[in-house]
Ligand binder design. Structure first.
Ligand SMILES: Nc1ncnc2c1ncn2[C@@H]1O[C@H](COP(=O)(O)OP(=O)(O)O)[C@@H](O)[C@H]1O
Ligand SMILES: [Mg+2]
Length: 259
């Protein structure tokens, strides 16, 4: 079964896009069929895999609004097996237009149905808010991956997100679950980070990934070359951490299936 993962956190700058791109690239490198869907009007995941956020053959907004076929919007990337569904500023218009439509929260789920079986993993990069684009991602997904920085205010925002996940599970997507919390830009030498990390481990137990992502400049540089870190510097600590995360995501999924 295809695992559809929404990478969500309504806080900006916590590493959602970096995680979507690099987890996607890592899963692709270990021979999983991956589609990366950019639901953020900022289009950073799109440029992060070398696609153009202003110039896609068919816009994701038109697919969501029912004007175009999703198959025509999916793009392949040279030297990579990952496929991309590019997002950009047009998504802001789609969000607005969707508000007038019936079953507006099901738009993404409906279109993904047509291509889902072509992939092992579909990774959806969410915008930094709990808007209709994020709701569409959460309704389409079966798992939510929450990247977070281990800072004092990190926990505050978390309850709003967990609340939304519960609401969506009760109303429109019973199979939705939080598959994992990911510590990003993590520095275990920092006391506060370690404290917050311990609190997360206590509260979320095995939902907290063992893998944490270190702060690594290669992860920040790679997008300006339109490349995932694995293709930019495969020996960097950031690239290796995301490979480890991909392995953990796969392991956890098989453990869940076996349970
Ligand atoms: N582990 C990391 N090490 C260094 N820089 C990072 C790391 N993760 C993300 N960044 C940088 O931090 C900024 C915010 O990350 P991003 O993934 O865009 O967050 P979000 O999508 O949640 O807004 C970006 O400039 C990104 O390159
Ligand atoms: Mg982002």
């Amino acid at each position: 079964m295809t695992q559809i993962i929404a990478v969500a956190n309504q806080k900006g700058g916590v590493g959602k896009t970096t995680t979507s791109v690099n987890l996607g690239a890592s899963l692709a490198v270990i021979k999983r069929r991956v589609l990366l869907v950019d639901m953020d009007p900022q289009g950073n995941a799109t440029t992060g895999i070398g696609l153009d956020k202003h110039e896609s053959p068919v816009l994701l907004s038109d697919v969501l609004l029912g004007n175009e076929d999703i198959k025509d919007a999916i793009q392949t990337i040279p030297d990579s097996t990952i496929h991309g569904l590019a997002g950009g500023p047009d998504l802001t218009i789609a969000e607005f237009e969707m508000m007038r439509m019936d079953e507006r929260e099901y738009r993404l789920k409906k279109v993904l149905k047509h291509v889902k079986d072509d992939y092992d993993y579909i990774i959806i990069d969410c915008p930094p808010s709990l808007n209709m684009l994020t709701v569409n991602a959460l309704v389409a997904a079966n798992g939510v991956l929450i990247p977070m920085q281990c800072e004092y205010y990190a926990l505050e925002g978390l309850s709003a997100l967990i609340g939304s996940v519960k609401t969506i599970r009760d109303s429109s997507n019973a199979s939705l679950e939080i598959i994992g919390l990911l510590r990003t830009m993590y520095d275990p030498r920092n006391n506060l980070s370690r404290d917050v990390s311990n609190q997360l481990a206590q509260h979320f137990k095995d939902k907290l990934y063992n893998t944490s992502i270190p702060r690594n400049v290669r992860l920040a540089e790679a997008p300006s070359h339109g490349l995932p870190a694995l293709m930019y510097d495969k020996r960097s600590s950031g690239a290796l951490a995301y490979l480890a995360l991909a392995a953990e995501v796969i392991r956890k999924e098989s453990a869940r299936k076996a349970a």
